[in-house]
Design a protein around this ligand. Structure first.
Ligand code: MF3
Ligand code: CO
Ligand code: CO
Length: 269
């Protein structure tokens, strides 16, 4: 039963009950399983809208609902962000070329719970610079996840990510952030992927949120194209992103969106 006497922290962050983790786990696994199963479709010559169509079919087949179709006027079951697109890339008839890297981001609703996750794919042969960017971005997400435990702060998460990325001479995007989720798609807090240790709201058992760092090979600045969605790097450098949804437990966190097939890591193939 959903508890309407919702407990919000002083920062307006909802604390979910222990029994709520199961719903988030199911939603997260539906989204992650779809990301596993589309991997073979990411090949040179494929269009991003055909990948999106496959995602939409898989969501329906799973008995789930797309959280993005109809969200603020968005019309697709995924965001597909190729090369210098940072996030919110709109699926289109444009085809993938050998060496393209892309983030595919899927959010589903299962029994009212939101599962939101994204990861990187490559069409054809992965280049050296792109491989490094993808690896650093992946590892930065896990540096952030390692900082998730009661008593730590959101600034600790952001700092862990930023320090790792900048040590590798790459940059963290400031213009987009992770977010609380659960029974809703986007809720407080804003989960920044940069910051100072000990700052920001204190993490508590029962908080559900995403961590979804975007990392650029060049400068961090972005701009949104005339379609009002597509965010690109201003300097046209390559960008990468990975996203997990997590729930804070008494001794750390549960990652709701782990890949059932172990394909999340960029070296899956
Ligand atoms: N899934 C994205 C996120 O991580 C949000 C996409 S909203 C859309 O928060 F409308 F662009 F699909
Ligand atoms: Co998200
Ligand atoms: Co997402």
């Amino acid at each position: 039963m959903d508890d309407n006497r919702t407990h919000l922290t002083k920062d307006g962050i909802r604390l979910y009950a222990p029994g709520d983790f199961a719903g988030m786990h199911v939603a997260g696994q539906v989204a992650a399983d779809i990301l596993d199963r589309i991997a073979p479709l990411v090949v040179p010559g494929a269009s991003t809208s055909e990948i999106d169509k496959a995602i939409e079919d898989m969501i329906v087949e799973a008995g789930a609902v797309s959280a993005t179709i109809g969200y603020k006027g968005y019309r697709h079951a995924s965001c597909i962000s190729v090369n210098h697109v940072v996030c919110h890339g709109i699926p289109s008839e444009k085809t993938l070329h050998d060496g393209d890297i892309l983030n595919i981001d899927v959010t589903v609703i299962v029994d009212g719970w939101f599962g939101d996750t994204s990861r990187m794919y490559v069409a054809g042969k992965l280049g050296r610079k792109a491989e490094r960017l993808i690896q650093v971005t992946h590892d930065a997400l896990f540096k952030g996840i390692e900082a998730v435990r009661p008593g730590n702060t959101f600034g600790d998460i952001g700092h862990a990510i930023q320090a790792y990325v900048e040590a590798h001479r790459m940059s963290v995007v400031r213009d987009f952030c992770g977010h609380g989720l659960g029974r809703v798609f986007h809720a407080p807090p804003n989960v920044l992927h940069y910051g100072r240790p000990g700052t920001g709201p204190v993490l508590e058992d029962g908080m559900f949120f995403t961590i979804e760092p975007m990392v650029n090979l060049g400068r961090p600045e972005t701009k949104v194209l005339a379609d009002d969605w597509t965010a690109v790097t201003r300097d046209k450098s390559l960008s990468a992103q990975f996203e997990h949804a997590v729930g804070v437990t008494p001794d750390g966190c549960e990652i709701f969106t782990l890949s059932p097939a172990g394909k999340f890591h960029p070296t899956w193939n």
